[in-house]
Design a binder for this molecule. Sequence first.
Ligand code: RB5
Length: 147
Amino acid sequence: MKVAIGSDHAGFDMRKVVSNYLASAGIQIEDFGTFSPDSVDYPDYAEKVGVAVHEGRADRGVLVCGTGIGVCIAANKINGIRAAAPWSPETARLSRQHNDSNVLCLSGRHLEKGLVLELLKIWLETPFEGGRHQRRIDKIASLEQMD
Ligand code: RB5
């Protein structure tokens, strides 16, 4: 699996936590920055990571901003992206089992490091269940066709 990662300044430190975990798990990483704590705009990083997943250059993406919400809103504008911002182990698991989420959005300011690592691990390891959930994913994809 190859995972694209990115963050704004508010997710800068937590992205390092994420990339250290991915590296220790032997997962290939493409890191889109930001590479300094200077203020930047989170949609730019959501775009870089989301497009990498959209184009198949990465299997999944992980984004971090202050809340995890801004990057999630932005990434979900890209066709084929199902970005989720879980806040508990169960919502991380369900975002994979039911929603086949392909981008994980995390908060750098409002989640503890230990929980972030737990969410990340569960999200990486949990498969999509398919079945009735595939029908719902197909309906989400049809929303991308709206003008
Ligand atoms: C940056 O201050 C902050 O607004 C951003 O990281 C994010 O939380 C937006 O949703």
